[in-house]
Design a protein around this ligand. Structure first.
Ligand SMILES: Cc1cc2nc3c(=O)[nH]c(=O)nc-3n(C[C@H](O)[C@H](O)[C@H](O)COP(=O)(O)OP(=O)(O)OC[C@H]3O[C@@H](n4cnc5c(N)ncnc54)[C@H](O)[C@@H]3O)c2cc1C
Length: 491
């Protein structure tokens, strides 16, 4: 979408954090906005779900950079979303994440200075490499304080060295296997392997959590409620349980959408806060050049996960204010498998909630590819339960005896696929790897006037990336000049 949109009516497809934040920004800019959601409840991956009285998280376990003067904090400020109502800071004991390897425990602390100190004392043989890595990390984190840097993608985005993969950089710097393994973890938070993770994304993710890290005070459903409330108070409309079936074009330009119910919603612009491959299905084949279509359909997805929610006795297993990663690496420092643990206060009396997440490829579940949630059959349930039980067993190496533990729920890549329409249940949408970055970035200029992307597939994944993608959509809709005049970042 190259020219600012004329007209006031905007339809946003998808009510995840990307769709709702786009809805709020565009309402603030005086557009008439309708968000359309296929599910009966809004929120997409941001929303949590209830099992046996527990509120189970899906796509918001912790976020970074929510401080007042930090990038996500500034975006929340523009959106008018109260950080204090939703989030509580982590790291009171100085730790955000604990990485447990067979031969090393490494704590990710709460600032770049503290990280530098930990890295230098743990890896004294890597002094020269750390000089370079920490210098780059500081430069990127300094730039990130200005959110328009993230949107403009100017320098240092134009510094091609930053697009190189972190793996290649670490090869060049000849780092030790231990340091390589520690620096691999942030890549997992955007679903890209270290060997293919652009330096810029690695450093942005790491820096965002080092600025400040936060957990939800209550739940993803409460977060959704607050986003919906802000959107509706600004006059926005929300249509639920009625997905978009088709985007209609007139003379090659967006004219509106047709819903599953058959309702026609006219619009001057459509913001697709959904996966780009799903967007393709909503357009007539002739709407895009075959080469463009093919480019999108061939893009690689990020990995899926299996997640297990477990209730544990709160007296024996009190809440832990940092996350734990149990990681296994090979002699070259390549992480071969990893498990994420979060032990949170439960909202059920006497119990806490242990969430366990680990990688699970889509192909592992291909046998049930053509089934839908809730009707996949006994074999699927048995396979899920067997993986969950073995994850529960392994968790005891970290948390001690979990004999009163009860598995509340398990979700797989197929669950995520069906829930939010994400091909292959990819947690972070399309993979922003060094190899396909230019192709993914080019998606941001969909050659159909009045159509743009928002959410995690626009610029970057995660809550920070998805909201950034929505600011970028607003910028495309009103034009860069008006955007610079009207969006005031400063708190
Ligand atoms: C297991 C897991 C853990 C994660 N943990 C974290 C974390 O701790 N911190 C973090 O920052 N990020 C995390 N993420 C990533 C983060 O959740 C996502 O980047 C973000 O929520 C994506 O938001 P979105 O709005 O782009 O997409 P989504 O939340 O997927 O929203 C898309 C919405 O569009 C709807 N939709 C799809 N097709 C249609 C249609 N045709 N018509 C109407 N509606 C449609 C879907 O139903 C959905 O509601 C995690 C993700 C997963 C899966």
């Amino acid at each position: 979408m190259r020219n600012p949109v004329e007209g006031k009516d905007i339809v946003i497809i998808g009510s995840g954090v990307g769709g709702l934040s786009a809805g709020i920004i565009l309402s603030l800019l005086n557009f008439r906005v309708t968000v359309v959601e296929k599910n009966p409840l809004p929120g997409g991956l941001m929303r949590s779900y209830r099992r046996s009285g527990f509120d189970c998280p899906v796509g918001v376990h912790y976020v970074g950079a929510l401080g007042e003067k930090e990038p996500l904090g500034k975006m929340f400020h523009v959106l008018g979303i109260p950080v204090d109502e939703l989030f509580t800071p982590m790291g009171q004991e100085g730790i955000i994440d604990r990485y447990i390897f067979d031969d090393l425990i490494f704590d990710l602390p709460t600032s770049i200075d503290a990280l530098e100190k930990n890295l230098r004392s743990t890896f004294p043989e890597d002094t020269a490499a750390l000089d370079i890595i920490i210098k780059n990390l500081r430069e990127i984190s300094r730039r990130m304080m200005d959110p328009s840097f993230l949107l403009n993608q100017g320098d240092p985005f134009q510094n091609m060295d930053y697009y190189e993969s972190m793996g290649k950089l670490l090869d060049t710097l000849q780092v030790s296997a231990g340091l390589r393994a520690v620096l691999s973890v942030p890549c997992q938070l955007i679903g890209v392997p270290l060997s293919d993770c652009p330096v810029i994304f690695h450093h942005m993710v790491l820096a965002s959590y080092l600025f400040s890290s936060w957990r939800l005070k209550e739940s993803g459903s409460k977060m959704t409620e607050v986003f919906v409330r802000s959107f509706q108070e600004l006059g926005g409309s929300l249509i639920l349980n009625n997905g978009v079936k088709k985007i209609s074009l007139v003379e090659g330009k967006v004219a509106g959408v047709i819903l599953e119910s058959g309702t026609n919603l006219p619009a001057d612009a459509v913001v697709a806060a959904i996966h780009p491959k799903v967007l393709l299905e909503l357009l007539d084949v002739v709407a895009l050049r075959p080469s463009y279509r093919q480019r999108i359909s061939e893009l690689k997805e990020t990995e899926g996960v299996i997640a297990v929610q477990i209730s544990v006795d709160s007296a024996a297993h009190p809440e832990i204010n940092h996350n734990i990663y149990r990681l296994h690496r090979n002699e070259n420092g390549i992480i071969e498998d990893g498990v994420f643990y979060q032990l949170r206060g439960g909202n059920s009396h006497g119990s806490n909630l242990l969430s366990i997440i680990t990688k699970s490829s889509y192909s592992e579940w291909s046998q049930w590819e053509s089934t839908v949630s809730g009707r996949r059959g006994k074999d699927y349930e048995e396979k899920k339960m067997s993986i969950a039980n073995s994850l529960l067993q392994k968790a005891q190496e970290i948390f001690g005896d979990l004999k009163d533990a009860r598995i509340l729920d398990i979700y797989t890549p197929l669950t995520i696929r069906d829930y939010v329409n994400c091909p292959e249940g990819a947690c972070y949408g399309l993979m922003r790897s060094s190899q396909q970055l230019l192709k993914v970035v080019s998606l941001n200029n969909i050659p159909i006037p009045g159509l743009c992307l928002a959410g995690q597939n626009a610029l970057a994944p995660g809550v920070l990336g998805s909201i950034m993608g929505s600011f970028n959509a607003a910028r495309q809709i009103i034009g860069a000049e008006r955007f610079a005049q009207e969006i005031k970042w400063d708190v």
